[in-house]
Design a binder for this molecule. Structure first.
Ligand SMILES: *[C@@H]1O[C@H](CO)[C@@H](O)[C@H](O)[C@H]1NC(C)=O
Ligand SMILES: *[C@@H]1O[C@H](CO)[C@@H](O)[C@H](O)[C@H]1NC(C)=O
Ligand SMILES: *[C@@H]1O[C@H](CO)[C@@H](O)[C@H](O)[C@H]1NC(C)=O
Ligand SMILES: *[C@@H]1O[C@H](CO)[C@@H](O)[C@H](O)[C@H]1NC(C)=O
Length: 185
């Protein structure tokens, strides 16, 4: 009799602690465990700046070429980049890492791109990678997914809010990236 009572008491306790952890996890996930802000700088190849350029068109539709982004919202162009990441909006600030990956222009009747890239950190503050994917339409801010990480960001996941901080003559743009991680280790 006593044993039965003890067992049911234990079961109750296990149930209680299990439901406790699920609610606290849900609650926790609403607040980021880490927030970071970075800028990255893209210098687009324009036919003359191959030394300075940090990105290049590597695929274009049959009606375009690899020097100039194609018409019709650049549909069909694929661009690869290796851009410096800085802590402020100055291109000449010491970089804390590189943003490496590609963007694809994937809509003909509206300006939008699709991004897949990694932040590759090599600074005294952070070492490791964060990996990003998502759609990049022409909105003031757009959210993309932080799908994972390595090193200091082992198994990290979250959301990155992109904002175009500067855009100059189709040669240079700068993105502000507000990263909020909701899973940290
Ligand atoms: C690329 O296309 C642009 C726009 O159509 C054109 O002005 C330019 O001459 C082309 N460049 C090459 C290298 O074909
Ligand atoms: C990372 O940074 C360290 C220290 O500044 C440097 O020695 C090393 O070469 C860098 N690694 C790469 C792959 O850039
Ligand atoms: C992005 O901008 C378009 C056009 O202005 C608007 O219709 C759409 O709702 C916006 N999307 C988001 C997610 O804000
Ligand atoms: C490289 O491009 C950037 C952005 O357009 C510009 O500010 C900078 O002066 C250029 N540097 C060289 C050496 O051309």
């Amino acid at each position: 009799m006593q044993r039965k009572a003890l067992i049911s008491f234990l079961f109750f306790f296990i149930f209680l602690s299990a439901s406790n952890t699920t609610t606290s996890k849900k609650h926790k996930s609403r607040n980021p465990c880490k927030s970071l802000v970075f800028y990255f700088h893209d210098i687009i190849y324009n036919g003359q700046n191959s030394k300075n350029a940090t990105s290049a068109i590597i695929g274009s539709p049959p009606w375009g070429n690899k020097t100039i982004l194609a018409g019709q919202n650049h549909f069909g162009d694929v661009v690869v980049f290796d851009d410096p990441i800085t802590l402020d909006n100055n291109l000449h600030s010491p970089p804390v890492g590189r943003a490496q990956g590609f963007y694809i222009y994937d809509r003909k009747d509206y300006f939008t791109a699709w991004l897949g890239f990694s932040f590759w950190f090599n600074s005294t503050d952070h070492r490791g990678t964060l990996n990003f994917i998502g759609a990049d339409p022409l909105n003031k801010t757009r959210d993309i997914s932080v799908v994972g990480g390595t090193g200091d960001f082992f198994m990290s996941r979250g959301i990155a809010t992109l904002m175009t901080d500067a855009f100059e003559n189709e040669v240079y743009f700068r993105l502000r990236v507000d990263i909020k991680l909701y899973e940290c280790w």
